[in-house]
Design a protein around this ligand. Structure first.
Ligand code: OGA
Ligand code: MN
Length: 273
C-alpha cells in the first residue's frame, strides 16, 4: 500500500529515470553493434567502441612536410593521435541534436581578425544528456590519465570559418586536448615553434594567439592531419606545447585532393592545468 502510494507520487521521476536507462541501454547496444561491425571489417585504425584499449594512431592521416628531426617526429607520433570513426553515425547525430539546442541562438563571430578563430560561435556545457554523457565519458577514459575538466567546449566553425595558428594557453588547459570532429572533414596543421617564445599568460580568448606565419615557420617543418568527420584526436605534451595548431580553410589540399571543409562542430575535452 505504502509502496503503491510511493509509486504514484513519484511516477514522473520514475518515468524519466526509465527513459534515461532505456536511452543508455539503447546507446550501449548500438555501440556494441558498431564495435562488432567494425571489427568484422578488420580495421586496425578503428577503435572498438566499448573497450578502452591502447590507442593505435591512424598514420595515413598524417603528412609530414620538410625535414623533421627523428626524435621530434617520434615524440610527435606518440603525442598526437587520431582515431578515425571514433563516433558512430547515431552518436554524431545525437551529439549534434544537443549542440544545436544550445548553440542555435548564437551568432557566428567574424569581427575580430586578431582572434585566433574566425567565423565561429562557441559555448561550454557541463550537463549533457545521458546518451551523450556516455560518449564523453568514453573520450575521458580513453584520453586522460587524470580528471577531465567538467565543462566541455563546443566550437562551431562556419563553412568559411578557420582557426589560425595558436597554442592553447596553459593557464586554462593542462597537457591534454581531446577533440571530436563533427559534420565534415578538415585539415589541422601543426607547425613546430619554440615553446619558450610563447607567452602562456591570460588572454581574453582563453587561447594563445602569438603565432603568425613568420613566427611559426621558424623551424620550417610542419604536419597536416586529416581530421575526418567523426574522428577523435588526442593532442598531448610535445604536440600540444611545441607546435601550434590551426584548421585550414575549405579547399586546402591533402595528398593532392582538395578537402572541402564545411560547417564543422568540434567537441573538445581538456584537463586542468
Ligand atoms: C581551440 C581549438 C580545435 C578544434 O578551440 O583552441 O584549437 O578541433 N580547437 O576545433
Ligand atoms: Mn586550440
Amino acid at each position: 500500500m505504502l509502496f503503491n502510494r510511493f509509486l504514484r507520487k513519484n511516477r514522473p521521476v520514475l518515468d524519466s529515470l526509465k527513459i534515461c536507462i532505456r536511452l543508455s541501454y539503447r546507446n550501449m547496444s548500438k555501440s556494441i553493434d558498431a564495435a562488432s561491425t567494425n571489427s568484422k571489417r578488420g580495421d586496425t585504425d578503428c577503435l572498438p567502441q566499448t573497450t578502452v584499449t591502447q590507442p593505435t594512431p591512424s598514420d595515413d592521416a598524417f603528412v609530414f612536410h620538410n625535414d623533421w628531426p627523428d626524435e621530434i617526429k617520434a615524440d610527435f607520433l606518440r603525442d598526437m593521435r587520431l582515431f578515425e570513426r571514433f563516433l558512430s553515425v547515431d552518436e554524431e547525430q545525437s551529439l549534434m541534436a544537443e549542440v544545436e539546442q544550445v548553440i542555435q541562438r548564437m551568432r557566428y563571430e567574424y569581427d575580430h581578425w586578431d582572434d585566433a578563430i574566425h567565423g565561429y560561435r562557441e559555448t561550454e556545457r557541463k550537463n549533457w544528456y545521458p546518451q551523450n554523457r556516455l560518449v564523453l565519458d568514453r573520450v575521458g577514459k580513453f584520453a586522460f590519465d587524470s580528471e577531465v575538466m567538467p565543462y566541455v567546449h563546443i566550437l562551431d566553425l562556419a563553412r568559411d570559418g578557420i582557426i589560425k595558428p595558436h597554442v592553447d594557453s596553459s593557464r586554462y588547459c593542462g597537457n591534454i586536448i581531446a577533440g571530436l570532429s563533427l559534420l565534415t572533414d578538415c585539415i589541422m596543421r601543426l607547425r613546430r615553434v619554440d615553446e619558450k617564445k610563447y607567452y602562456q599568460g591570460k588572454n581574453a580568448n582563453e587561447i594563445q594567439v602569438k603565432a603568425n606565419d613568420e613566427a611559426t615557420n621558424e623551424f620550417g617543418y610542419y604536419v597536416d592531419v586529416l581530421l575526418q568527420q567523426r574522428s577523435l584526436y588526442i593532442m598531448r605534451d610535445s604536440a600540444r606545447y611545441k607546435f601550434t595548431h590551426e584548421v585550414l580553410a575549405p579547399g586546402a589540399e591533402f595528398k593532392g585532393a582538395a578537402i572541402e571543409k564545411d560547417r564543422r562542430v568540434s567537441i573538445i575535452c581538456r584537463n586542468d592545468s
